[in-house]
Design a protein around this ligand. Sequence first.
Ligand code: XMP
Length: 516
Amino acid sequence: MTSKTDVILVVDFGGQYCHLIARRIRELNVYSEIVPPNITVDEVRELISSLNVKGMILSGGPSSVYEPGSPKIDPQILDMGLPILGLCYGHQLIAHLLGGEVKRGNRQEYGVAHVTIDKPVGVLRGLDRTENVWMSHGDTVQSLPGEFEVLAHTENCPVAAYRHLRKPIYGLQWHPEVVHTEHGTLMLRNFVFEVCGCEANWRPSSLIDEKIREIRKGVGEGRAIIALSGGIDSSTSAIIAAKALGKKLTAVFVDHGFMREGEPEFVKRTFEELGVKVIVVDARNRFFQKIRGVTDPEGKRRIIGREFIRVFEEIARETGAEHLIQGTIYPDRIESGFRKHSDKIKSHHNVAGLPTRIEFKTIIEPLRDLYKDEVRKLAEALGLPDEIVHRQPFPGPGLAVRIMGEVTPEKVELLRRADRIVSEEIERSGLNDELWQYFAVLTDTKSTGVKGDARAYGYVVAIRAVKSQEAMTASFAELPYKILERISTRITNEIPSVTRVVYDITHKPPATIEWE
Ligand code: XMP
């Protein structure tokens, strides 16, 4: 987001699709930024003058506008001449704030609804007389304030879309950002280009300059530190931070002992070649001691997260860093339950583990609003090597959450070998480009086998391979049996203590991608 690119602000009322709205706008090559409902008129004015803010979208949300304490925006924002589009809760809120009536509907609408377009103007220009749209609401706008007109209705919803007669203010009861709204992209295009007059001149790479500025401003004359895992998120953040701060940045790679084969060496070599100062901390003993005897998955995550921070804090003190840069991306935050209305699924290492004993002056998360595939585009634009850009995601707690039950150095070694075989075979087959992740899991089940002529009793290894867009959902990959057979044969031959290999055929949901 530079001063030359146009910006759409998205006000977050807690709806599950809020970030999707911002993402859809970015897909139209217009930058969008998410802001909280309590943003003031002065702050909006400030943003309009510091950035090219051309419009605002009010997101959906789980509350009812007439409930006391439900989130609202300052009504004066509706009076600034700024084009505004309300979606679902946002649609109801505009009507409510300006004197219309919002009530619990006689019938709720969830799923695809057929809407009749009464007037195909503005946001609705170019639409058919009836459209399939995605609805998810209990409340409806029953009557509009005087200066508004109805643009669309459904059987259950008299005011499914409206516009102000003199101001560029629109409301849609449905969700154009969801793919099930057939012409949703056209509706957003209409708003962004026709109503707001934006130019499609933003590219993911434009973010780089903006983020460099943000980091420089945050860190000022101080020094910063970043935990580098070698995954795409922390790598991309580290490169941007290094561009912003040069020698004032220290990247720290903590080897907790749960890394894949060759990982610490790879990270050090790659980043040094890219001109980033990296400290590799060998903390393997510390972590093994702490995690000894722990079998509970969240317990493991907590201990590893906490210890990681202790190590990290020590280095931060040694380097005199007062600022922390993190590679957190949007799905990490939502799955860790950072938003009021979203449930915690598991403690993502880089989110749950914010430093507690060190008071960093600022914590900067340059990628906080991006999805993984957007980070990939950014990494490509930054010229990061292919091995990093197309690297599989790897959880912060590493192999420890792929070993069911107690984690021991022997089990880690065994899993490392199995994991290498999975990678080698999948990469040799060329299927890796189509997969989000592929890895081995060491279960805590033992099973009988026969090796040579003797009975064997050994470990069961599971193979997980999934396809996904952004890890919020995933489907198990239909790997050819020939490849699974090669993997299974190699693992049982090359690792004597394994007697059985199984394939995980569960989608996410209901399973998560990682086993713990
Ligand atoms: P789940 O298992 O929740 O994983 O479906 C979704 C994606 O996130 C990765 N993952 C993590 N990434 N820190 C991370 O940076 C973590 O603690 C963590 N746990 C899971 C996982 O590999 C998958 O790509």
